[in-house]
Design a binder for this molecule. Structure first.
Ligand code: DGL
Length: 255
């Protein structure tokens, strides 16, 4: 039980580290283990069934190692697998992340909203329901970004090809939307590049909402740590070797 009492956080690769940063900021005394499934990244262009199978095997592994709660730090895996995972593992809190349409639609002065996400997130029912629930009275435009998460996995985000790729997906909306929802946890790492293409509008992501939800669920079940010391953050990858762990640390510490 190597990670007994930790909170397990996972994503296809580096993206969920943007959520992890928010979790640590909100719950600094908790211990976290982050699992990146870099061998199988990206998830966003796989079938729903494949993403469910991969997510389930990560959850099994984290639970075998003793975690007390799970955060699915991936919009794609949350859309594809959260309902099934919560039904099958009802004894553990499982918190997901969803495109931040709710805060975007509640923010003042925002009428036209662009949602960037993986193709599968935008296709699945969960997103359709979210858009129906929060989108009325707003214009919600979906922008699938195939390949963007995979490119972010490679690092070197200041390279011009990253901005060119972003421009391919959202360049047509430049200066013409009031806000952008980052519906994939990878995209938070290219927020400046997205702003450079789309203009100076607010960007919304699900990280903060997820951190608050984790806090609520831990409190409800009496699972909050009693420790007053700073928590531990550990990184594990499905890709063997120290290089991947180094990459995860770089993303965790990115300014
Ligand atoms: N970071 C994930 C998400 O939030 C998955 C991206 C991918 O693997 O395609 O959707």
């Amino acid at each position: 039980m190597r990670y007994s009492g930790y909170i397990g956080v996972f994503d296809s690769g580096v993206g969920g580290i943007s959520v992890l940063r928010e979790l640590v900021a909100t719950l600094p005394n908790e211990d976290f283990v982050y699992f990146g499934d870099s061998v199988n990244a990206p998830y966003g262009e796989k079938s729903r069934e494949q993403v469910v199978r991969l997510s389930r095997s990560i959850v099994d592994r984290l639970l075998d190692e003793g975690v007390k709660a799970i955060v699915i730090a991936c919009n794609t895996a949350t859309s594809a697998a959260a309902t099934e995972l919560r039904a099958d593992y009802a004894h553990v809190p499982i918190i997901g992340v969803e495109p931040a349409l709710k805060p975007a639609t509640l923010a003042s002065g925002i009428k036209r909203i662009l949602v960037m996400a993986t193709p599968i997130t935008l296709r699945l029912d969960k997103y359709q329901q979210l858009a129906e629930k929060w989108g009325s009275g707003h214009e919600v435009i979906s922008a699938p970004c195939p390949g963007l998460a995979a490119r972010i996995e490679q690092g070197n985000l200041d390279s011009p090809d990253v901005s060119e790729l972003i421009a391919q997906f959202i360049g047509d909306y430049a200066g013409n939307v009031d806000g952008v929802v980052l519906g994939c946890t990878h995209y938070a790492f290219v927020a400046p590049q997205i702003r450079a293409v789309i203009g100076d509008v607010p960007l919304f992501d699900g990280a903060h909402g997820t951190a608050l939800q984790l806090q609520r669920k831990l409190a409800e079940r009496g699972l909050m740590t009693k420790s007053g010391d700073p928590g531990i953050v550990e990184f594990v990858s499905s890709k063997p070797g120290e290089a991947e762990i180094q990459l995860y640390r770089q993303f965790f510490e990115m300014a």
